[in-house]
Design a protein around this ligand. Sequence first.
Ligand code: UDP
Ligand code: MG
Length: 313
Amino acid sequence: MKNIDIIVPCYNEQEVLSTFYKTTDEIVGAIKDCRFRFIFVNDGSSDDTLLILKGLRSTYDNVDYISFSRNFGKEAAMYAGLSNSTGDYVIVMDADLQHPPILIPEMVQAINEGYDCCAAYRTNRKGEAPIRSFLSRQFYKVNNLLTSVKMPYGAVDFRIMSRPMIDAIVSMGEAERFSKGIFSYVGFQTKWIPYTNVERTLGVTKWKLRSLLKYAIDGITSFSVAPLHLVSIMGCLISLMAIIYGIYIFIKTVIFGVDLPGYASTVILLLFLCGVIELSLGIVSEYLARIFVESKNRPIYIAKENTLEDSEK
Ligand code: UDP
Ligand code: MG
């Protein structure tokens, strides 16, 4: 008998939670030789999510939940679930049924075949804002170019993982977490299964353009220092060009005397160099900010309620 925990981060998901539980429980209930338990993580919802979770817990005996003191973000919610799980395997999935529970039997099949992990990827992005798909594709390109942790385009946070893999992930205690990178960084044999994108029918997406941008920057700065190398290379090249240009001006002045016109080239050069300096400072600051956040060593989440701890007492 395998114990499998299903971790579900929830932020304002009151419309979908009951349907999610019923649909998923019915599917996993039919899987033999496995005992499933749901660990919902209420990420500081302002709607009735917690109330619904309490209701589910009192009605069904395979429901546990952790409730945060405020919104800490999906990454923190996933971490809370993983670090509190005790199952031999863990499934991570969204509450909005965009991660089709019907894939779970196939995932369990993969671990029976001996894989440590089975993860899903989308083959299309139907129903998503075109600007989001476009930016997302660019992000994967840049990310896979700059970092050594490769992520297939379309990879989502829907996966099953073995205990050794979960322990490895939890041991990475960074505060600014980028799970897609962490999943790939820890290694382990992963089977990828495709699925066609499902549109959200209940509730609304919680992602904003701004949080996606932060997500992208986190992704790159978590796993690559290539931008910092770029800054040094840029600095060297520009200094070299400045020296050559300096020598050229010096010789020109000595031979032809002082020549005043040159306003345009001066301004262009000035603007260009200022831009480069600003950009470099920005890149360095991104890393500095990460050091700042990590050095404070604050907890990744703060829970107000945790039924998993209650039951241990
Ligand atoms: N989520 C969360 N905390 C947040 C934002 C989202 O726990 O601050 C959860 C959300 O409840 C859902 C999952 O993360 O279960 C994915 O969120 P969403 O569906 O809004 O993102 P999308 O599918 O549009 O990428
Ligand atoms: Mg969604």
